[in-house]
Ligand binder design. Structure first.
Ligand SMILES: NC(=O)c1ccc[n+]([C@@H]2O[C@H](COP(=O)([O-])OP(=O)(O)OC[C@H]3O[C@@H](n4cnc5c(N)ncnc54)[C@H](OP(=O)(O)O)[C@@H]3O)[C@@H](O)[C@H]2O)c1
Length: 275
């Protein structure tokens, strides 16, 4: 069993720690770093996992999960660049930062795996996409897939698809929340109390998601199943089409992709570097 250190146990880092413990990882095999002692004490109490300072965590762990905000990455790299050795596996959860950036800063040959998770990791239902850098082997990728499998589902993609992943599943929960919010407003417009409208919409979302995951059918077939001739649903669907909701969603994902490419550009060494 490898020792895993979560460097930056904020929202995503804490969700990962919690998921690993729920999945049977021993707190003895986990470490985390946090800047504030009070936060570190809270986490230790909640999960029985030890906090460590950054150099100590790097030395003691085999797997280093980098989960600080991108704006804090330079400080973290400055503090760790000299002590990360190629026998460690670096797993970065930082949105938009290419594996090449870590490879340039750490000792030659250090394996790096990039992951794009999403916030449902907080409830053990993350969608994560993993990509290996130049020195990551099949067994490194498998280790990361097992680790992230404890907090949701995992797919493997080439690194040059990570901007598309960011746009679709990284930002995706925000689009679903937006849709739910709008439908709750519609319920209120029709005179339903907010709590009732929220219950109706959220449970419909949960039920639909379960059908999508468990059912054999395509989303179109499932939608057709509730769209009877001259019925209520088709009247609603016509309005969605009239307002271009399908095109708006496609445009939204495309815009998020462009922004991800733009944000990532400053971390690539030269413009030709794909990721
Ligand atoms: N949240 C998302 O939806 C999401 C989705 C995909 C990917 N990600 C990626 O996940 C990463 C973490 O995001 P998050 O939302 O979990 O952020 P967060 O809640 O701000 O967590 C980052 C944590 O790292 C700590 N930290 C910063 N610098 C540190 C250092 N040098 N040593 C030790 N701890 C340090 C921060 O402490 P302080 O509180 O003191 O600043 C904070 O607790 C980001 O890179 C983000 O791109 C997030």
């Amino acid at each position: 069993m490898s020792t895993i250190a979560v460097l930056g146990a904020g929202k995503i880092g804490e969700s990962l720690l919690s998921g690993l413990i729920n999945a049977g990882y021993s707190p003895e095999d986990l470490l985390f770093t946090e800047r504030y002692q009070q936060r570190a004490d809270e986490l230790s109490e909640r999960y029985g996992v030890r906090g460590a300072d950054l150099p100590d965590a790097v030395r003691r762990a085999d797997v280093l999960v980098v989960s600080v905000k991108p704006q804090d990455i330079e400080a973290l790299l400055d503090e760790t660049a000299e002590i990360v050795t190629p026998d460690k596996l670096v797993v970065t959860l930082c949105a938009g930062l290419p594996t090449s950036m870590f490879e340039r800063r750490f000792a030659a040959g250090t394996p790096v795996v990039r992951v794009m998770p999403n916030t449902p990791m907080l409830v053990g239902e993350a969608m994560s996409a993993v990509s290996g850098g130049s020195h990551a082997t099949e067994s490194h990728l498998e280790l990361v897939e097992r680790m992230l499998g404890s907090v949701g589902r995992v797919v493997r993609v080439p690194e040059n698809q990570q901007d598309a992943v960011t746009a679709l599943s990284g930002s995706g929960p925000a689009y679903f929340f937006y849709l739910v919010e709008a439908m709750i407003d519609a319920g209120i417009l029709l005179g339903l109390p907010r709590a009732v409208a929220a219950e109706l919409v959220v449970q419909s979302a949960v039920g639909s998601a379960a059908m999508l995951r468990e059912g054999e059918g395509h989303p179109v077939i499932m939608r057709e199943g509730v769209t009877s001739p001259a019925g209520t649903t088709i009247s609603g669907v016509r309005e969605l089409e009239k307002h271009g909701v399908r095109a708006a969603l496609i445009d939204a994902v495309e815009a998020a992709h462009s922004r991800s490419v733009e944000l990532g550009a400053k971390h690539r060494q030269d413009p030709g570097e794909s990721d």
